[in-house]
Design a protein around this ligand. Structure first.
Ligand code: GSH
Length: 203
């Protein structure tokens, strides 16, 4: 199977980390999704990455569906708990981390438009969403060793990918290391894992 990916994409990073943690072999193909016509469109009408293309040609998207597929592919290193309440708690972490990223990406895409076409009100709305999200992530994490329960789960993967990208692109100049010390400590701990260290966002 083949993952359509890009080195800067936080959602693709989530999948690449899950592949590494689960020790699942997968080809990684770097694609550029900025042009309207791009190679992902043939597999995913949304033209977004990550998209996973199976050997029989089946395409799987988006990142949340892909990571569930991968976690169920092998029994080792489970990242999504079986218990309903625990699983939903983990997936809520992921929804919040991904939601902060969605808002951050909207800020970035807006900032790439010609200056005269950018909407300050739109950027302000997305920025407040990112800030509220980071504050909630910080308060949910507190001094806990892991986001959810007693072990490393998809919640930690999703949070780490969110923080890594926000720190990399700094949408609207947001610096999450200032003022979110628990998040900073958690990201540094996650970066000790090879799966994180090997997937640092790059332009
Ligand atoms: N909800 C999707 C979001 C994917 C997404 O927004 N990917 C970005 C790259 S990080 C993308 O492909 N953007 C291209 C575009 O919006 O045109 C997921 O979790 O996979």
């Amino acid at each position: 199977m083949k993952l359509l990916s890009a080195p800067a994409s936080p959602f693709a990073r989530k999948v690449r980390i899950v592949l590494a943690e689960k020790r699942i072999d997968c080809d990684i193909e770097t694609v550029d999704v900025q042009p309207q016509e791009n190679p992902v469109n043939a597999h995913n009408p949304l033209g977004k990455i990550p998209t996973l293309v199976l050997d029989d040609g089946t395409a799987i998207y988006d990142s949340r569906v892909i990571v569930e597929f991968l976690d169920n592919m092998t029994a080792n290193n489970r990242l999504i708990p079986k218990d309903n309440r625990e699983r939903i708690a983990v997936r809520r972490w992921e929804a919040l981390a991904d939601g902060v990223l969605d808002a951050g990406l909207l800020i970035r895409y807006e900032s790439l438009r010609p200056a005269g076409e950018q909407s300050a009100a739109w950027i302000a709305k997305q920025t407040s969403r990112v800030r509220r999200g980071l504050a909630q992530l910080q308060s949910d994490l507190g001094a806990q060793p892991w986001c959810q329960g007693e072990r490393y789960t998809l919640a930690d993967v999703a949070l780490g990918c969110c923080l890594g990208w926000i720190g990399f692109r700094k949408p609207a100049g947001i610096d999450w290391r200032a003022g979110y010390e628990d998040l900073a400590k958690h990201y540094d701990k996650l970066m000790e894992r090879p799966a994180f260290a090997d997937t640092v966002p790059a332009a």
